[in-house]
Design a protein around this ligand. Structure first.
Ligand SMILES: Cc1cc2nc3c(=O)[nH]c(=O)nc-3n(C[C@H](O)[C@H](O)[C@H](O)COP(=O)(O)OP(=O)(O)OC[C@H]3O[C@@H](n4cnc5c(N)ncnc54)[C@H](O)[C@@H]3O)c2cc1C
Length: 497
């Protein structure tokens, strides 16, 4: 099954019969989908521009069912794509045509919340927000908070090393996960990390977190919980120039302050969200910064004073400090709803996810502005400014193939500009299929060979989420030949829309 492009419809249909028959022997009927009208719901993830139907989708309910599915796929040489809630924005959960999707959606049990150890052990299909909800009665919560937290699963968070507004202070998924249990492509149950602060041996947990479903299928996760801060306040600062806003971000960190959240939005973004949620944003500002402080009331008051001083020093034209919890939540509601707000002003949007050193935020924003002219497309910018993680949202109409081509080229241009400015092609959304070509720009052939060697160590047959995350030398050679900055990407083999 190594040359999918060459498989005819008849061969695929024959293959599907064989695979489905084998899966039927180990799964109850309600755990197996293979008719097009059922599998179509799984044809893409949040990167909906690319879609493909798999041979089958399985929804196992126990770890031993996952193990048996994996063993069958291994024997029949069928690739597997693990899937949580399908909110990934990089195509990591997009099916493989001659493969099986293993959905962990039915692994929804919160196994234990231990308030003394401050941990929660959960199945991978548990939603991110559900962990904090389960921990709330003990005054605890799970800190990493992707904006998709109402829907995305902890299994997906582990696979993508997801971040969120509060990760600047409290760390990404990798800093908040203690132990992961998983099943390898060879059907072995393995555990990474431990319940003690430091696991013996090599730190393979950190390798597993962010492995984008390419190393093993996660079946259980133990996360760290932290006490809910006593209080929090947020400053909303306006700037008449985005570069000044970017410099203020660098200034806050340089002053030795680690805010609980440090987010920035440009004027087109604040306009889009204000019409949607009425967060009270300053619509005259070229950019606004949201700077949150949390802790004891004394810590918060002191930090708010220090941050206000830095913001004024960097030319803030207006400063508002939340006076109540409801006002704090209102200020955040705009930022949290930025993606849906983009959906209201454009038929489609393409969310990018690069990082740059904080001092380069202003330069990147100026270059994005120039790219808007070059590609004749609008872009609104929201970002986790504190860690330089940019989310430009390129607005386009997916019914117009030319617009999509321009949006894709615009996105590639932004990512490769991030590399040029000393940053990376992904901050938290993963590589998947979306950024696979830009990995050729970010990493040398030797570095990519090392990544492949690590994948082979976890997945010798190469059947777990293949052709994602790490480009082959052949792909990079092809990309090198085709690549003119901002030119079309060689994703031509993938069906669009
Ligand atoms: C509106 C919106 C806002 C978002 N905001 C953020 C944000 O603020 N921060 C952020 O980091 N991301 C954000 N995302 C992206 C996305 O929500 C995260 O990447 C999330 O972690 C994906 O979780 P999921 O359960 O949907 O996983 P899926 O999309 O189903 O899968 C994602 C990847 O994880 C793998 N995977 C899933 N489950 C398992 C498992 N059990 N074992 C092994 N591999 C597995 C898949 O193969 C795939 O490669 C956002 C997405 C949307 C749509």
């Amino acid at each position: 099954m190594n040359a999918p492009a060459e498989l005819s419809a008849e061969v695929l249909a024959q293959r599907q019969r064989e695979v489905v028959q084998a899966l039927m022997a180990v799964l109850p009927t309600h755990c197996l989908l293979y008719r097009e009208e059922d599998t179509v719901a799984y044809e893409c993830d949040g990167l909906a521009a690319y879609r493909r139907l798999p041979l089958a989708v399985v929804l196992p309910e126990t770890e031993s069912q996952v193990q048996r599915v994996v063993q069958i796929c291994h024997r029949l040489e069928v690739p597997i794509v693990p899937r949580g809630a399908g909110t990934s924005l990089s195509g990591g959960a997009m099916p493989i045509r001659h493969g099986v999707v293993v959905s962990l959606a039915r692994f929804r049990k919160i196994i234990e919340v231990d308030p003394y150890a401050r941990t929660a052990t959960v199945q991978p299909g548990v939603r991110n927000l559900s962990i904090s909800e389960a921990a709330a009665p003990y005054g605890l919560y799970y800190a990493p908070d992707p904006s998709s937290q109402i829907a995305c699963t902890i299994g997906g968070n582990v696979a993508e090393n997801s971040g969120g507004v509060h990760c600047l202070k409290y760390g990404l998924t990798v800093h908040n996960v203690m132990r992961v249990r998983a099943i390898t492509m060879e059907g072995d149950v393995v555990e990474f990390g431990s319940l003690s602060p430091d696991a013996p041996g090599l730190d393979l947990l950190a390798v597993m977190v962010g492995s984008e479903g390419m190393f093993a299928i996660v079946t259980e996760v133990t996360v760290r919980l932290i006490p809910k801060p006593q209080t929090a306040q947020v400053i909303m600062a306006s700037f008449d120039n985005v570069v000044k806003g970017g410099d203020a971000v660098a200034g806050i960190i340089a002053a030795g302050i680690i805010p609980a959240g440090l987010e920035m939005m440009d004027k087109p973004a604040t306009r889009a969200v204000e019409e949607f949620v009425r967060a009270g944003y300053d619509l005259d500002a070229a950019a606004i910064l949201l700077c949150e402080s949390d802790g004891t009331p004394e810590e918060v008051s002191e930090e708010i004073v220090r941050m206000t001083a830095v913001l004024r020093e960097h030319g803030a034209t207006r400063i508002q400090i939340s006076r109540s919890e409801s006002e704090r939540l209102r200020f955040w509601s705009g930022r949290k709803n930025a993606f849906p707000a983009a959906g209201r002003i454009s038929p489609d949007y393409y969310c990018m996810d690069g990082t740059v050193p904080r001092r380069s935020i202003g330069s990147l924003l100026s270059r994005i502005e120039a790219m808007e002219q070059k590609y004749n497309l609008r872009c609104i910018n929201v970002f986790h400014a504190g860690d330089g993680n940019m989310h430009p949202l390129i607005l386009f109409n997916g019914n117009d193939l030319d617009e999509w081509h321009r949006a894709e080229a615009f996105g590639t241009d932004i990512l490769e500009c991030c590399v040029e400015l000393g940053g990376t092609v992904t901050g938290e959304h993963g590589v998947g299929i979306e950024k696979i070509n830009s990995m050729c720009v970010q990493f040398s052939p030797e570095e990519r060979d090392a990544f492949h060697a690590v994948k082979r160590a976890f997945d010798p047959p190469g059947l777990l989420n293949p052709d994602k995350g790490i480009p082959t030398r052949a792909r990079c050679a092809e990309y090198g030949k085709m690549h003119i900055r901002g030119g079309l990407l060689p994703h031509a083999e993938l069906p669009r829309f």
